[in-house]
Design a protein around this ligand. Structure first.
Ligand code: HEC
Length: 101
């Protein structure tokens, strides 16, 4: 009985983290159209590959592109799309990308 309770508690704690599916968001929010279905083969050669990118770094870059803090010649292409994702979704996608090989 005790084991069951511990298990139930573990599921309850991990549930919020599972609520957002980074892989699904990556497809739904059209990220793949520029960064590639597998996040490796990009639409344009100058676009960054995202597979295996450091999660904390990727998260911050997305936030900076969204806010305008990061702004160079290529950023404009991506900025419009960032209106589709909130901070939680950005985090989930960054986590997903970091785990791609
Ligand atoms: C219209 C094309 C386009 C779309 C759609 C797009 N991006 Fe980008 N993304 C870019 C470009 C171009 C850059 C490089 C920007 C620069 O040079 O500063 C970039 C940069 C990034 C970076 C930073 C990479 C690094 O190594 O610094 C991340 C992370 C990223 N995109 C994630 C996403 C996610 C997640 C989505 C979907 C919500 C998305 N992008 C949608 C074009 C796009």
């Amino acid at each position: 009985m005790k084991k069951v309770l511990v298990l139930a508690a573990a599921i309850a704690v991990s549930a919020p983290a599972l609520a957002l599916d980074g892989a699904k968001l990556y497809q739904e929010k059209t990220c793949w159209s520029c960064h590639g279905k597998d996040a490796k083969k990009t639409l344009m050669p100058v676009y960054p590959k995202l597979a295996g990118q450091n999660a904390a770094y990727a998260e911050q870059q997305m936030k900076d592109i969204k806010s305008g803090a990061r702004n160079n010649g290529q950023t404009a292409a991506m900025k419009g799309v960032m209106g589709l994702v909130n901070d939680e979704e950005i985090k989930a996608i960054a986590d997903y990308l970091s785990k791609l090989k």
